[in-house]
Write a protein that binds this ligand. Sequence first.
Ligand code: ZN
Length: 202
Amino acid sequence: MLRIVPYPHPALRYESRPIATINDALRARVREMFDLMYAAKGIGLAANQVGLPLRFFILNLSADPGKPEEEVVFLNPEIVKRHASIEGEEGCLSFPGLYSQVQRARKVRVQAFNLEGQPIDIEAHDLFSRAIQHELDHLDGNLFIDRLTPDLRDKVETKVRTIESGFRKAQAAGEYPSDAEILRELGAIAATGAVPSVGEAS
Ligand code: ZN
């Protein structure tokens, strides 16, 4: 079972590896990720937010499971061009209840592959552009709290610590393995470049 992991689960700081294989396990996990994302009322989710250290993320800007035509899957995405800069509000499913203003490129050109293995090459604006940059940051182990101005970072510090202590308590209660064990599991998955079949992953 996949679940969205909160900060500071080590998967969130893991630099994800490219996807080497599009297989049934990947398709199944993508479906599960959309379901988790809708349940959490999010518009985007990166693979490492569910403990998969692989370079892919999903988006549905409508956040509406009734609009599957707006679902987009980006495999091995790369931003090849950034234009201008704009501030806007962001949240993150790994930081429940935390929102802040973040500076991002206004427009990006992104190249990736879809689940059918076909190349994607799009120019994204506004919320679409912001969401792509946020999710792609995840794949590099970067988080939106890293991009806050010092003033704004101070403002959310208490909330960040609350989320952090929540994770550590859950870990102490055995809901998550130790950081060392998590890192070992992440390394094993990353080395294969593929999503483990159900039952293989812990
Ligand atoms: Zn996020």
